[in-house]
Design a protein around this ligand. Structure first.
Ligand code: ADP
Length: 485
């Protein structure tokens, strides 16, 4: 049964059809063999009947010759007549032997034995009479005549009985043949019915072993369509279908993951969009209620509202940029450019925020790094995201180090190292996918959209570069970017 479970769909069909073929062939071969046997038995029976009838005729003729020559010999005592009598006797004996050879078929062995006995008695009487005749001694002629007549009559009677026995034997044989023919027909019909039933069972089991797992998979896809992503399929089926089930499980897991990412994204986006909108609305309400406010207070409220507006615009821009990059509709404006001013610019932009949290920057580069070809606006966007994250995830009073060096294979590498919570190894790849966030940020309660690194990766990849992270939880993170020369 276990071996059958491992069979592929074509192998199952081959096994099923072979079994059906073997069964039907066996039934057919059995029927052909039986038919042939009956045919032969019938022919044998008829041939035996015909031969036996011929033998019976020849026995009658030989006996008639014997009687004729014997009678003439007794009267004339001519030696030649006796020899012809003996010859007829031999013919009689030969024919009898031939008849005995086929006597079993027709069941007339007893009659032939009687004929042989009576014939031997008749021959013995003639022989005794011959001896008397040769010696010239007188002998009881009448007694011999009577006894010979008795033997001959018995032989004639038995030959007549033989004819009847042949007819009866042929009839009985044919009847027996008919009976066993009917038996064989019944057996063949039973076998045919059995093979039909067996064939149906085989066809049903083979088909079911293929369709059942398929219908389970179909049911499961319905569940997936209704949003039920757990409960992976565990079915035992042909390897191809098992593979299909595995693919469905993988698809379901991925859909589940996508669903989760989607709902996380909506939660994040709602927060990221609603927070600045709420704070702007609060500002507007304040100004509506107290239109008399002026000077420093008004300036402070307007500054907050402007910052929130900028945050909102930045979020929306990031989303649009990422969509464009994904769709491949962004033209890069490539030109030779020095990276140092870009790094400095990004740091300068975030300085007010980092300074407010006592986070300080350290630059670890000296000497000349040759300019490389890049779209400097896009690269600056990527640097902003990386540096912004370093500040966002660093604790107050932390340190962010920016280093720059020649890449071993040409081009340059810059790295941003922070003293933040670090990122678990299993998230090192995933954080570059959109909407994905590492566990640490969730734990630390820091909100974000999960778009910044995805965008940075698209930007760097599009320019033939590479971005990666080295980090351990609790030991800070280093994001490195390679740009080819
Ligand atoms: P987000 O808006 O969530 O910061 P990003 O794409 O910039 O989106 O980052 C994706 C995730 O990577 C973050 O949610 C955070 O979990 C992790 N991450 C990025 N930078 C850092 C860092 N410097 N330290 C720790 N985790 C980081």
């Amino acid at each position: 049964m276990n071996i059958f479970k491992k069979l592929t769909v074509p192998a199952r069909l081959v096994v099923g059809f072979s079994a059906l073929f073997i069964i039907t062939t066996s039934v057919t071969v059995y029927s052909i063999i039986k038919l042939d046997q009956f045919n032969r038995a019938g022919v044998r029976m008829l041939e035996a009947g015909a031969t036996m009838l011929a033998c019976k005729d020849r026995l009658g003729e030989a006996l008639l010759s014997e009687i004729t020559f014997e009678k003439k010999y007794v009267i004339s005592k001519e030696r030649e007549l006796y020899e012809r009598f003996a010859e007829a006797g031999k013919e009689f004996a030969r024919t009898l032997d031939q008849a005995r050879g086929i006597a079993d078929v027709l069941g007339s062995k007893g009659i032939l034995d009687n004929i042989a006995r009576s014939h031997a008695r008749y021959a013995a009487l003639v022989e005794e009479e011959r001896r008397y005749l040769n010696s010239g001694r007188p002998y009881p002629l009448d007694r011999y005549k009577a006894e010979k007549g008795l033997s001959v009559d018995t032989i004639i009677e038995e030959i007549k009985a033989l004819e009847l026995a042949i007819a009866a034997g042929t009839r009985t044989g044919i009847e027996a043949l008919g009976r066993s023919g009917a038996r064989a027909l019944r057996t063949a019909m039973a076998m045919a019915l059995f093979s039909l039933a067996f064939g149906v069972v085989i066809a049903w089991s083979v088909t079911r072993s293929i369709t059942k797992p398929l219908s389970i998979i179909k049911k499961r896809t319905g569940e997936i369509a209704r949003g039920k992503f757990e409960d992976p399929l565990m079915i035992s089926s042909p390897p191809e279908i098992e593979e299909l089930a595995r693919a469905v499980n993988i698809m379901s897991a991925q859909l589940g993951e996508t669903e989760k990412v989607k709902s996380d994204f909506f939660a994040l986006m709602t927060h990221e969009l609603r927070t600045p909108l709420a704070s702007m609305k609060a500002g507007i309400t304040l100004l509506q209620k107290h239109p008399e406010r002026s000077g420093d207070e008004l300036h402070r409220v307007l500054t907050i509202m402007s910052e929130e507006c900028n945050r909102l615009i930045q979020q929306v821009n990031t989303l649009l940029d990422l969509s464009k990059m994904e769709a491949g509709v962004v033209d890069l404006d490539m030109a030779l450019c020095d990276i140092k001013p870009l790094l400095k610019k990004a740091v300068a932009e975030i300085e007010p925020l980092s300074a407010s949290r006592d986070i300080f920057f350290e630059f670890d580069y000296s000497g000349n790094i040759a300019p490389v070809r890049m779209d400097h606006e896009r690269v600056l966007q990527a640097i902003r995201n990386i540096v912004g994250n370093a500040v966002k995830y660093s604790p107050d009073g932390g340190k962010v180090t920016i280093s720059l060096r020649h890449a071993p294979a040409g081009g340059l590498e810059f790295a941003v190292t922070d003293s933040g919570p670090g990122i678990p190894a299993e998230d090192h790849e995933a954080i570059f996918d959109k909407y994905r966030q590492a566990d640490t940020s969730a734990r630390a309660g820091i909100m974000g959209t999960g778009l910044g690194l995805a965008l940075a990766k698209h930007i760097i990849d599009a320019q033939g570069g590479r971005i990666w992270v080295e980090s351990e939880p609790g030991k800070g993170s280093t994001f490195t970017v390679f740009l080819p020369g």
